[in-house]
Design a protein. Structure first.
Length: 458
């Protein structure tokens, strides 16, 4: 049987060898999930009990889960612990969502034709949920994609990222320990062709995808008629700096917001727009702090920046940075690989608007600082790409900040906070090429429920 080899992100030591599922396995998973949806039902009280117990089990091994995130995904241990806390809280959000889910009465006597009737809606599970997940939050993304299915009573099949399947597999084990019956959560370890077979099957009621726009839009085009979906792709989060008194605090924060998880987050600050008279000075200050970041094995307590997820990603980031420098960018710090899996925290000043670092999501520890004379030029540049996720504005002039927020093409704009801000009950979505539908636990639950209207003639 073919194996998936999972490696420690920094040392590249083998963590696990996992059997891959073939086409017959995928068919069995779909058949199992479809039969459960058609013939079985998990009542709300049982789902609540399962999720309550699951949250407790996760809490009991929170440190082990954090170390698993650090080892397989390369997220620094201090940040991995935060991810686990968020994941546990996310289960609680889903429990609250079960309690608040309800239909509504439809008034019928508004016209003569409807008189003498009563109507109301009920909520039913949409069907089999298939989730394809990403590596950068290997536990919390599973919470966002899988727990809403459990909470709404939908059987779910999840395909984790091939680089970080261990968190997902452990989560599935904990869900079983918490009392989730067999078949309601299945983990698919598959290749590309079998993943496509899984996603596009007519028995799938809802498809949840987190990953590249190229793959996401391709799969959406191949979904069976009637399959609902939510797609979450990448972005190049722009931040416009106007006049902000707490500049020192801003600079410290923007280093974290751009370098968190070595920039491998879809809302990492990649493009920072600063007035020309202070752009070089601010870039230098950001560079001074970025250069102090400790890069190393994510499992170490002192590590600030872990490795990139694959050695090939280091090659790509190195090539993009070198191209930017050849095209006129000023290197303020970094710019070089450290080893096969790590890249220096890098600050670039005024890359060309046509450089790849200006037009594509770099997904690495690189922040680009752009000088502007006219803030409308900064807005135009921030809105110039086909990716549009979260954006931010820093300004002590709240009227101006609100005006900028209205002009920025983004699904969320943070004022005096960073593009990376998120709590798990917020809606989360991309515009343009950055996604389709609305994520967030509550919002995913709504998408996984179908309204049925019942009309009674009296």
């Amino acid at each position: 049987m073919e194996k998936l080899i999972v490696k420690q992100a920094y040392t590249q030591a083998v963590l696990a060898r996992i059997d891959k599922h073939n086409s017959a396995d995928v068919e069995r998973m779909l058949s199992t999930a479809s039969k459960l949806h058609q013939h079985d039902c998990l009542p709300a009280y049982q789902r609540i009990e399962i999720l309550q117990k699951l949250a407790g089990l996760m809490q009991n091994e929170a440190e082990a889960l954090a170390k698993l995130i650090a080892n397989e995904g390369g997220k620094p241990l201090k940040d991995a612990r935060v991810e686990v806390t968020r994941a546990i809280d996310g289960v609680g959000v889903a429990i609250a969502g079960i309690r608040h889910a309800k239909g509504y009465e439809v008034p019928m006597d508004l016209t003569k034709a409807g008189a003498g009737r009563m109507a109301f809606t009920t909520l039913e599970p949409i069907g089999v949920v298939v989730a394809v997940s990403a590596f950068n939050h290997p536990l919390n993304l599973i919470i966002h994609q899988v727990v809403p299915a459990i909470a709404t009573g939908c059987p779910v099949i999840v395909k984790p990222a091939k680089t970080t399947p261990l968190c997902c597999l452990r989560f599935a084990e904990l869900a079983t320990q918490a009392g989730l019956p067999e078949g309601w959560l299945q983990v698919a370890i598959t290749d590309t062709s079998n993943s496509e077979k899984l996603v596009t099957d007519a028995r799938v009621g809802f498809f949840s995808f987190i990953g590249s726009a190229k793959v996401g839009w391709m799969l959406k085009a191949k979904l069976a008629p009637g399959t609902r979906c939510a797609l979450e792709h990448g972005g190049v989060a722009p931040l416009i700096f106007d006049e902000y008194e707490q500049e020192e605090d801003f600079i410290n924060g923007v280093v974290k917001a751009s370098m968190y998880h070595s920039g491998q987050v879809c809302v990492s600050v990649q493009r920072l727009y600063v007035p020309t008279h202070k752009a070089e000075d601010m870039a230098r200050k950001i560079a001074d702090i970025a250069a102090q970041q400790v890069v190393g094995d994510a499992i170490n307590e002192t590590t600030d920046l872990g490795p990139l997820i694959l050695p090939s990603e280091v090659d790509r980031v190195e090539a993009w940075v070198n191209d930017a420098l050849e095209e006129g960018a000023i290197l303020m710090t970094g710019g070089k690989r450290i080893n096969a899996v790590s890249f220096e925290p890098t600050v670039l000043l005024n890359p060309s608007k046509d450089s790849t670092v200006s037009t594509q999501e770099i997904f690495g520890p690189v922040i680009c600082v752009y000088a502007y004379d006219d803030i409308n030029t900064a807005i135009k540049s921030a809105n110039s790409l086909q990716v549009s996720f979260q954006a931010a504005v820093f300004s002590d002039n709240i009227t101006k900040a609100m005006d900028l927020a209205e002009k920025l093409e983004a699904s969320a704009v943070m004022i005096n906070d960073y593009t990376t801000f998120r709590v798990d009950w917020m809606p989360f979505a991309g515009r343009k090429h950055s996604g389709y539908g609305v994520g967030g636990i509550d919002y995913a639950m709504k998408d996984m429920l179908a309204h049925k209207m019942i009309v009674i003639k009296r």
